[in-house]
Ligand binder design. Structure first.
Ligand SMILES: Nc1nc2c(ncn2[C@@H]2O[C@H](COP(=O)(O)OP(=O)(O)OP(=O)(O)O)[C@@H](O)[C@H]2O)c(=O)[nH]1
Ligand SMILES: [Mg+2]
Length: 369
């Protein structure tokens, strides 16, 4: 399958998954536009607005804008740039809002910057380019990019004076000063390269959001308490059933009924994923009822209490197993975000930033589970 067909296939599958669960997952805006959406974040005064001004030249940022975030759309490259205020606790909601809509971000830092934002951007999960604003001293050294930090580039945002050492053939050494011009070329080249993967970035970002929303939805369902009436009905039915075979049969049917009823109650489908564990649980449940009934046969009143107790206990256990099975079925169904991310991961060649980024995304969504 060629690259375009591969991404179209993943896109179509994720779309059908989202449409199916739209009512629970809500609208997903990331990756929905034809342009790449890039947010610029960083601590106050690191040079975010200056950088953006260079990148959008000859356009200019709306002057005197009081409402953050500020966005500018450039037709070539087709990017929606969003400037954010300096990162302080009071500004966090505005910055989070800009990040929620962005496909990727430029994190502007100075060589002396501490990395308190790193953890936050890592949890955000979408691609981050670390932009080092360098204006004095030795050129900074940075560790190679990893996870969702896909690259580090050094830029000069203001003309910078640099000492120049000249050594003549007769041994004289002279020091003078030269001025290094503004330089954002490396970042522009990198962004042009990243733009080629626009479809892939949009696709992975959507899957990431989908997986996070799905987890929230399933967590809400986990709060729904176990229902007692199926437990009681099963306990009574098993107790009243005449003979061992009848008890086992009724237990099996009741467990199956509980599973189907739970699927309706939680709005989760019966899928093939993990069905063997469900079947095993149903088998164990009915087996336990049969075994108890066989042991207790001839023990009089104990049989009644024992049947009722085992019937109820296994009904409760089956509810728990069926709930886990139904939730896993959504997350891991053939078009579920986890499964699609894994497919993308297997498709990409190791060593590329896309590959290590998708690996990071998988780690994020697996930790969510
Ligand atoms: N090296 C150098 N730095 C400058 C020069 N002029 C301004 N700066 C500093 O560069 C930083 C960049 O300013 P901005 O681009 O407004 O920074 P910002 O990140 O948008 O700031 P906030 O929006 O307030 O968070 C500021 O801290 C200025 O003090 C200059 O000529 N040379
Ligand atoms: Mg600014």
């Amino acid at each position: 399958m060629d690259q375009v067909a591969f991404w179209q296939d993943i896109q179509a599958r994720s779309q059908s998954h989202w449409q199916r669960w739209q009512a629970h997952l809500g609208a997903i805006t990331v990756g929905a536009t034809p342009h790449l959406s890039v947010a610029i974040v960083g601590r106050p005064g690191v040079g975010k607005s200056t950088l953006l001004q260079h990148l959008i030249h000859p356009l200019t940022l709306p002057a005197g804008a009081t409402r953050w975030p500020v966005s500018v759309l450039t037709p070539d490259p087709p990017i929606l740039w969003t400037d954010t205020p300096g990162w302080t606790p009071e500004q966090t909601p505005v910055i989070q809002q800009a990040l929620a809509q962005a496909d990727m971000c430029l994190w502007v830092v100075t060589p002396a910057d501490t990395s308190e934002l790193q953890a936050l951007l890592q949890a955000w999960g979408r691609p981050v380019i670390r932009v080092v604003h360098w204006w004095a001293g030795e050129p900074p050294l940075w560790e190679s990019p990893q996870a969702n930090f896909i690259a580090t580039v050094v830029v000069r945002l203001f003309p910078t004076a640099q000492p120049l050492r000249t050594q003549w053939p007769d041994g004289r050494v002279e020091w003078s000063e030269m001025t290094l011009p503004v330089d954002v070329a490396a970042l522009q080249t990198l962004l042009a390269d990243v733009l080629k993967y626009r479809a892939a970035i949009a696709c992975v970002n959507r899957l990431l959001v989908m997986a996070q929303r799905e987890r929230e939805w399933l967590d809400q369902q986990r709060q729904i308490p176990v229902s007692w009436w199926p437990v009681v009905i099963k306990a009574v039915a098993v107790t009243l059933a005449p003979g061992l075979l009848f008890k086992v049969g009724i237990s099996w049917c009741a467990d199956l009924g509980i599973t189907v009823w739970l699927s309706r109650r939680l709005h989760l489908p019966l899928t093939r994923y993990g069905i063997e564990r469900l079947v095993m649980a149903l088998g164990l449940s009915s087996g336990a009822v049969g075994l108890e009934s066989w042991f207790a046969a001839g023990q009089g009143g104990f049989t009644v209490w024992g049947d009722g107790f085992w019937g109820g206990l296994t009904g409760y256990g089956v509810q728990q197993v069926a709930r886990a099975y139904l939730q896993q079925g959504v997350v891991w169904a053939s078009n579920g975000p986890q499964d699609l991310l894994q497919r993308i991961y297997r498709h990409l060649s190791p060593g590329s930033w896309l590959h290590s980024w998708v690996e990071h995304c998988l780690r994020l969504v697996n930790n969510l589970s």
